[in-house]
Design a protein around this ligand. Sequence first.
Ligand code: VGL
Ligand code: ZN
Length: 198
Amino acid sequence: MKALLLIDIQNDFLPGGALAVADGDQVIPVANRLMNDFPLVVATQDWHPRDHRSFASQHPGRSVGEVVDLDGLDQVLWPDHCVQGSEGAKFAPGLNLDGIDYVIQKGTDVHIDSYSGFFDNGHRKSTGLEMLLQDQGVSEVQLVGLATDYCVRFTALDAVALGLKTSVVLEGIRGVELKSGDCAMAIHEMRRAGVDVI
Ligand code: VGL
Ligand code: ZN
């Protein structure tokens, strides 16, 4: 059994959004097309409380892109984004919501970020995605969505580490590219870990 994982295809990651990814909207038609080929489609949704500690606004004197220590973990500071219940947190218009079987929300704990759809950044708590895939008898996942260098990357790395056959579709991902080369590095890292990049 194989599943399609749609990673964070939400308004705030699209052009004009709070944490806009260049050409982020271009993953939408790819996602819609691929949905037809998979018996199970799971979407992850970045879903932060409004005072989430990954927001630069919660760290007076610090700015977006700086790295701080959060409970012993390096944390990149982001603009306020994907606040629970906000317009920015909604799935992209144009994404075929009827094709989505399950939604997994992440980043809900104010104290820790969660790039991966499986675990928070400290691997302290599970989001329920692993259990869901196990229950559904999934052994193979394919990923599309945002962002290549953060949530796609860490979700794919966790998926292979969990023993799932994992692929990422290049035309269906786009990245933040905080530093030039971040996306290329992420793709290299995924490949080296055993992710099939197609
Ligand atoms: C993401 C940064 C912060 C992502 C989420 O979806 O890649 N990146 N929150
Ligand atoms: Zn986030």
